[in-house]
Design a protein around this ligand. Sequence first.
Ligand SMILES: Nc1ncnc2c1ncn2[C@@H]1O[C@H](COP(=O)(O)OP(=O)(O)O)[C@@H](O)[C@H]1O
Ligand SMILES: [Mg+2]
Length: 226
Amino acid sequence: MRLVTAMPTRVDHPLDLVDESLRHLPYATGSADRIMFWDVSTSSNKPHCLIVGPTGGGKTSVIRTLLTEAARRGIPFVGVDPKMIELDGLEGYPGCGAIIYDALRAAMFVRALHTEMMARNAYIHQMKIEGSQLPLMIAVLDEFFILSGKWQRLAKTGDDETKALLKELDPLGAWADLAVLARSAGIRLLLGVQRPDASLFGGAPVTRVTTSAPVFRSATSRRTAR
Ligand SMILES: Nc1ncnc2c1ncn2[C@@H]1O[C@H](COP(=O)(O)OP(=O)(O)O)[C@@H](O)[C@H]1O
Ligand SMILES: [Mg+2]
């Protein structure tokens, strides 16, 4: 399989970063009223990030915050948005490789990400270098369960060609590998889900952000929502 474009490795961002850590991506938490960080550095003990919350709780808002902060730090990203209205505003943003909406294309992407990870690991092994010497990248999947539901339906009801392709791509199998192996290859995973599921990261420790039900919504955000 050939990718339409290569995985991004750098970002040309117009804003300079002043006095901020390069590998700590900040996000605000309403409840604690303080800035928290997702540590994406090699030494991080929670290198991937899981954002859990109900619809309207603010998952996508946190994702957008983290991605724009990543771009400012020179870390590119590729996103999957099965709802088609969540991450589309990030298309063309500095450091954004692509936003993928279609479930079959998303399956191709997850398989391609797996291939990238294997290639990176082979490179690290052959060149005898540290994983930290490779450029970091973030792969984001918003609404993971909507996506995996679409894959399951396509596998049952798709035409023969689609079924065969999905079987070959095996996106859930690729994801399971990524969850445990992507860390050392410089790939960070950012997932938005409605309900927690311990198996999403194979039990590996992740930075976990919980967004609450939209009861604390301000008058300003109600106005924008209308
Ligand atoms: N911390 C927050 N305070 C006030 N409004 C917020 C906050 N986070 C998100 N919102 C608003 O709430 C709405 C839903 O947020 P969104 O991120 O789309 O939720 P989700 O992705 O969980 O469905 C949006 O209009 C967004 O601007
Ligand atoms: Mg959302």
